[in-house]
Design a protein around this ligand. Structure first.
Ligand SMILES: Nc1ncnc2c1ncn2[C@@H]1O[C@H](COP(=O)(O)OP(=O)(O)O)[C@@H](O)[C@H]1O
Ligand SMILES: CC(C)(COP(=O)(O)O)[C@@H](O)C(=O)O
Length: 286
C-alpha cells in the first residue's frame, strides 16, 4: 500500500476584518474571528503528478462528493518543487466564510512536509500558505488565525502580526450557509472594500458575548447582510441569541445551546466548538 500522510487544520470564521496595505496590494488583514473545531483533513500520497481532490464528507466521515482541482494548493506544491495526490475532506461548504482555502493549504502543506520529510518548520509552512492566499486573493487573515486556536483579535497583519487569543468560548457554535461569497471578487471590488473599511472598529472583545456583539455591529455597517441573513439575525436577536454573519459567505454563525433549533428552521446546521489549537500533523501509515 502507498504511504499516506494525514494533517488537519481548523477553519476560521471572521466576524470583522479590514484589509491592510495599499489600495492594489493585499498585504493581509486585521480583525476578529473564531478558530473552529471543524476544518479540513488533507491526506497526501506520493505521486509523479499533482492531483487535488476536494471532497465533502458527512458527520460520520462518509464521502458525499468530490471535485478535482484546487489552484492554491497546486501552486503551493509547485513552489515546494514536489508533486503529490492530495484529498481534502471537510463537512463544511467551500467558499462560505469558514476559511477553508487557508485550512486546506495549511493541512496540505503540513501533510506533504511529513510525507516527503521536507523538514519545513510550522512558521515556514504558514508563510507559504499565507503568500499563496494573498496571491489567489482567497483570504487575508485566516492563515495567521489558524496557526493557533481560540477566539481571536488580530491587531496587526501578516505572519509576524500581533494576535490576542482568548479561550473562554465553551458553548456550541452553530452555523448555516445560504451559499458562497467569492472572496477574490469581494477583495477586488473597490466600492465594497471601502464600505468594509469604514465599518471596521478597532476592538478586542474579552467575552464571547462581546465578540458576537462586535461581529454583529460590523456586519450591519458592512452592507453585506442579505435579506435571508437578516431574517435569521432578527430571529436570533428576538431570542437574545448572540449571532452574526460569516465573513465572507452568505451565512450566519451563532452562539449557545438555543441557537441550533432556531438556525435549523433556515437550513442545514453545522455544529462546532471553538478550537483550542491550530493546524497539526495527524498520522502517517503504510
Ligand atoms: N476544502 C478545500 N480543499 C481544497 N481547496 C479548497 C478548499 N476550500 C477552498 N479551496 C480553494 O480555495 C478557493 C477559494 O476559496 P474561498 O472562496 O476563499 O473559500 P473559503 O471562504 O472557504 O476560504 C477555492 O476555489 C478552492 O480552489
Ligand atoms: C474575511 C476574509 C478576508 C476571507 O475569509 P474567507 O471567505 O473565509 O476565506 C479573511 O481572510 C480575513 O482576513 O478575515
Amino acid at each position: 500500500m502507498d504511504e499516506t500522510s494525514l494533517a488537519f487544520c481548523p477553519g476560521h470564521i471572521s466576524g470583522w476584518f479590514k484589509k491592510t496595505g495599499s489600495e492594489n496590494s493585499f498585504s493581509g488583514s486585521i480583525g476578529g474571528g473564531i478558530v473552529i473545531s471543524e476544518g479540513v483533513f488533507s491526506e497526501a500520497i506520493k505521486a509523479d503528478e499533482t492531483v487535488i481532490n476536494v471532497c465533502r464528507i458527512d458527520r460520520t466521515g462518509n464521502l458525499i462528493s468530490c471535485d478535482v482541482g484546487s489552484p492554491p494548493i497546486e501552486y503551493a506544491l509547485l513552489k515546494l518543487g514536489i508533486s503529490a495526490q492530495i484529498t481534502t475532506k471537510t463537512i463544511l461548504p467551500v467558499g462560505a466564510g469558514f476559511g477553508l482555502s487557508a485550512a486546506s493549504l495549511l493541512s496540505s502543506i503540513k501533510a506533504v512536509n511529513e510525507l516527503y520529510s521536507l523538514d519545513i518548520c510550522d512558521e515556514e509552512i504558514a508563510q507559504i500558505a499565507y503568500e499563496t492566499e494573498i496571491k489567489f486573493k482567497s483570504g487575508l487573515g485566516d492563515v495567521s488565525a489558524c496557526t493557533g486556536g481560540g477566539y481571536i483579535c488580530r491587531k496587526s497583519p501578516g505572519m509576524a502580526g500581533e494576535i490576542i487569543r482568548r479561550y473562554d468560548m465553551d458553548k456550541t457554535i452553530s452555523a448555516i450557509s445560504f451559499g458562497p461569497l467569492a472572496t477574490d471578487k469581494i477583495l477586488k471590488d473597490k466600492y465594497i472594500m471601502e464600505k468594509i473599511s469604514s465599518a471596521y472598529n478597532e476592538i478586542c472583545p474579552d467575552t464571547p458575548e462581546d465578540f458576537f456583539k462586535a461581529s454583529r455591529e460590523f456586519a450591519e455597517r458592512s452592507g453585506l447582510v442579505s435579506e435571508r441573513v437578516r431574517e435569521v439575525l432578527n430571529e436570533c436577536s428576538l431570542r437574545e441569541i448572540p449571532a452574526s454573519m460569516t465573513m465572507l459567505g452568505e451565512g450566519v454563525f451563532a452562539y449557545g445551546e438555543k441557537a441550533p433549533a432556531i438556525l435549523s428552521k433556515f437550513g442545514e446546521v453545522y455544529l462546532m466548538k471553538m478550537s483550542d489549537s491550530g493546524f497539526s500533523f495527524r498520522n502517517r501509515r503504510e
